[in-house]
Design a protein. Structure first.
Length: 130
């Protein structure tokens, strides 16, 4: 891959504390996207403030004082990034969870474990409209 195509790749931030999930998503995305990974809400918020991304892939259950819902709140209400695409990928899969995360500001939701095709279809959709 030449430098030009490397520079034109869409940038994705993944906030997820599960190493296996990080590795799987890194493998899924490595050929087409520039992926940055962090494992806490606090570090994710700092990265969102400092860098430009085309998509956030967000887990909800994160270690530390803040969780994924706090990241959504910070992004939508404090940083006022209303149009920034957020794909929530979480183990929360009880009735009403999807609706709750969408109401909090997520653009889409997948429950873990994710199917590769579903995941890539959503990532490609959000990065093509960004």
């Amino acid at each position: 891959m030449n430098d030009l195509s490397q520079k034109n790749r869409k940038r994705i931030l993944l906030i997820d504390d599960n190493y296996d999930t990080q590795l799987i998503f890194k493998i899924y995305l490595r050929n087409s996207f520039e992926l940055e990974i962090t494992d806490t809400a606090e570090s994710g918020i700092e990265l969102l403030k400092k860098n430009k991304y085309d998509l956030l892939i967000l887990d909800i259950n994160l270690p530390g004082k803040l969780d994924g819902s706090a990241v959504l709140n910070e992004l939508r209400n404090v940083m006022n990034k209303k149009d920034f695409p957020v794909l929530v990928v979480t183990a929360y899969a009880m009735k009403g969870d999807k609706e709750r995360f969408l109401k909090q500001g997520a653009n889409d939701y997948l429950s873990k474990p994710v199917m590769k095709d579903d995941f890539l279809n959503r990532v490609n959709y959000f990065t093509s409209v960004a």
